[in-house]
Design a protein around this ligand. Structure first.
Ligand SMILES: NC(=O)c1ccc[n+]([C@@H]2O[C@H](COP(=O)([O-])OP(=O)(O)OC[C@H]3O[C@@H](n4cnc5c(N)ncnc54)[C@H](OP(=O)(O)O)[C@@H]3O)[C@@H](O)[C@H]2O)c1
Length: 349
């Protein structure tokens, strides 16, 4: 297993993070026995980074994770959870208000049976709460010893810059990570989110790195998903997100490349992510131990550069404006220096 620093922090995490959204899910998830076996396999292979959220399986994911962790040394692990989604019917039980953040964190600690969370994440942006209020509440949790580091998920690029600008101004703890959808067929975050993270010192933790199972290749040459899989059960969400002409072509290319390398499509799709140093970790979700065992190989398998490029070129991302404008005008405007200064912003090309 290889380890990476979580953004501009001193926290070293395994580049595979274990996702626990399946734990306790009655339709596309697993029971306590399998959840514990998944945790055992992951930790046994050197994984130290585990992600959950208060809303997964209505809180059951945190409870099952807590039970599974009893067999392991809690302090050696980096435990991440999140708040934002409603957890009960109360009007205050949602979003990123001070009241909800503090209540949600305390309830997560109880469910998991631990005194602290290593990474506490805002699960999404709250358009109605001032960012300052949320950051101050999270900062208080850190001062109280309940949280070690702070991250966001599903934020827009401007909010990442806004949050860390405010944190610097007010002396609050900064965001050190972002958790966003990123995989070979959904590369949207390359436009604004990854550059914002890079500039602001956030490590990217990718969710659905296998496109909910599409990139395992198991749906190849099928005209619809098997009814008993994640993609089949959650079809209203997953089909528009992942099942389109270009993604089906990408899966063919992925299968071809994987066969050449003697690896599986999942292993190659996960490894593709780590060729970009802005990526700290990929969160692998599973409902069976065998799936985790297969995916764990990507913890220390690196793709040859030319193969990685072949996959990247397989479904090019159209960056659009203002990238086109910059491509036309940048070289003629800033071509005079012998070399770029160290403080050059790394804009996507
Ligand atoms: N922050 C957010 O908004 C957000 C959103 C979503 C997820 N997440 C986090 O990201 C984690 C991972 O997300 P995800 O579950 O969508 O990830 P994923 O890795 O893209 O998909 C996982 C699913 O793919 C299938 N699968 C995985 N490995 C396989 C293999 N080797 N062979 C065959 N099938 C395989 C399994 O589903 P089937 O067996 O049912 O096909 C599994 O549940 C979650 O647990 C959660 O921690 C965060």
């Amino acid at each position: 297993m290889k380890y990476r620093y979580l953004g501009r922090s001193g926290l070293l995490v395994s580049r595979l993070c274990l996702g626990t959204m399946t734990f306790g899910n009655a339709q596309w998830g697993c029971d306590q026995q399998t959840s514990s076996a998944i945790v055992d396999a992951f930790v046994g292979a050197g994984g130290n980074f585990i992600d959950t959220a208060d809303m997964y399986s209505g809180g059951e994911s945190e409870v099952m994770l807590g039970a599974a962790l009893k067999a392991h040394k809690r302090d050696d692990l980096v435990l991440a959870t999140k708040c934002w989604f409603p957890t009960n019917g109360a009007p205050t039980s949602r979003g990123l208000s001070r009241k909800h953040i503090i209540e949600a964190c305390e309830k997560s600690l109880k469910r998991m049976g631990t005194d602290y969370v290593d990474l506490y994440q805002f699960h999404g942006p709250d358009p109605h709460t001032p960012m300052e209020e949320s950051l101050r509440a999270a900062d208080d949790l850190i001062s109280a010893g309940k949280v070690r580091y702070l991250g966001c998920s599903n934020f827009y690029g401007f909010q990442i810059a806004q949050a860390n600008g405010l944190a610097a101004l007010k002396g609050y703890e900064r965001l050190v990570s972002a958790q966003h959808l990123y995989n070979l067929v959904r590369r949207d975050i390359e436009r604004e989110i990854l550059p914002a993270c890079d500039a602001e010192g956030l490590g990217m933790i990718c969710w659905s790195p296998l496109a909910a199972g599409m990139l395992t290749g198991k749906y190849r040459n099928k005209d619809k998903p098997d009814a008993d899989t994640r993609i089949g059960i959650q079809a209203t969400i997953t089909l528009p997100r992942y099942w389109f002409e270009d993604s089906l072509k990408m899966i063919d290319l992925l299968a071809e490349v994987a066969a050449e390398l003697g690896k599986t499509p999942s292993q190659v799709a996960l490894s593709w992510l780590f060729g970009d140093r802005r990526i700290t970790a990929a969160i692998i979700g599973a409902r069976k131990v065998e799936q985790v065992e297969e995916n764990l190989l990507a913890g220390d398998y690196d793709l040859p550069d030319d193969i990685r490029q072949r996959l990247t070129d397989g479904m090019p991302l159209k960056l659009g404006y203002p990238y086109e404008w910059m491509a036309t005008n940048l070289p003629n405007t800033f071509g005079k220096a012998e070399f770029e200064p160290d403080h050059t912003q790394r804009l996507p090309k």
